[in-house]
Design a protein around this ligand. Structure first.
Ligand SMILES: [Zn+2]
Ligand SMILES: [Zn+2]
Length: 343
């Protein structure tokens, strides 16, 4: 009742000052929407890690597929772009107009589907430089394909809004192939404003090549596994990470779903699920990698099955703390980690 009285008085007050309450409300909402982007994150000198999407390829309203934002020194990188993740990044108020680059780990659809939208939305938000898309051998084909698919859209935007709003050069993403000099080494391929990124090989065969990425900024290290089974090269390049973001497929749960599908006359689903167990990593094995690599925090993303309730999450993590005694975090969409500079 008190709130209602206050509202009536407030609206009456507005009319006394010549303001139309409806216009005031609408403009306030518009301003709220237009000014919601977090630009501070680009200049605070810290390393920010945001799980834009924490799920695998299966549809789930709470977990979009793989996408991780790394923001430091004014650089804003998106690692992988599963379907719908640009919408999530926008709803998470990330400063898309400042998107510097995209890193793709490998070319499964749940890692590349939103590339066209990432380019378009960052342009619409005001990006005026060419978007660079880094990835393993094959990235040029993927980027060329998206450029071809978006050719008409791009031409309409430029014709409709003008080249000042949609600079033609910025409209077309540029593929940058990252090659490793030898198969177990890490390659420094990005070094800007203090943010360094290295690529290293993981094993997700037949999706080959597949990379993980290691980021370094002001003494902090963040490693993203990409999709992989447990291999020594992952442990080698995750060494001493402050945050190790690792994919996780809970094999006993997936096996159970596969067995059930088989038993109930769904052999196609059963076979596909069974096959996935050959090229991903179980959470307990991820814990072993985290221990062997002496990482401080293990964060799960690309979570399969896409567990959302408390009990399923407990089952997903069951046994991880038996093999690893650092911090273990079940990733969620929108989760943010902030690392203060060490030097
Ligand atoms: Zn994959
Ligand atoms: Zn995947």
């Amino acid at each position: 009742m008190k709130t209602l009285k206050f509202l009536i008085l407030f609206l009456f007050g507005l009319t006394l000052f010549g303001c139309n309450p409806k216009t005031f409300y609408i403009e306030r909402e518009i301003e709220k929407n237009l000014s919601r982007f977090n630009y501070e994150i680009l200049k605070d000198g810290k390393l920010h890690v945001i799980l834009v999407g924490s799920g695998g390829p299966m549809n789930n309203p709470e977990r979009l597929p793989a996408c991780t934002a790394i923001i430091a020194g004014g650089e804003f990188i998106l690692v992988d772009l599963g379907a719908g993740t640009i919408r999530n990044a926008d709803l998470q108020n990330l400063p898309l107009k400042n998107l510097s680059a995209v890193f793709i780990t490998h070319f499964h659809s749940d890692h590349i589907s939103d590339l066209g939208e990432a380019n378009f939305w960052s342009l619409a938000m005001g990006r005026n430089k060419t978007l660079e898309v880094f990835g393993p051998e094959g990235i040029k084909d993927v980027v060329d394909g998206y450029n071809m698919a978006y050719k008409f859209d791009t031409s309409y935007r430029i014709a409709h809004h003008g080249a000042d709003i949609f600079p033609p050069k910025a409209c077309v993403p540029l593929a940058k192939t990252v090659r490793l000099t030898d198969k177990d080494s890490a390659e420094l391929f990005f070094d800007r404003n203090g943010l360094k990124a290295y690529a290293f090989r993981v094993d997700h065969s037949p999706a080959t090549p597949a990379y993980g990425y290691r980021f370094e900024y002001k003494g902090n290290v963040v490693v993203i596994s990409g999709d992989t089974k447990k291999i020594d090269n992952l442990t080698k390049h995750a060494k001493n990470a402050d945050i190790f973001i690792c994919e996780g497929e809970r094999m006993d749960l997936v096996k159970r779903v596969s067995d059930y599908a088989k038993k109930t006359g769904r052999p196609r689903i059963a076979k596909m699920l069974f096959d996935t167990m050959g090229y991903h990593i179980d959470p307990v094995d991820a814990g072993k990698v985290a221990k062997e690599a002496h990482v401080k925090m293990l964060v799960f993303n690309h979570i399969v099955p896409p567990v959302t309730n408390f009990i399923a999450k407990r089952i997903f993590l069951d046994g991880v703390n038996d093999v690893y005694d650092g911090d273990i975090v079940m990733g969620e969409d929108g989760m943010e980690f902030i690392l203060e500079p060490k030097r």
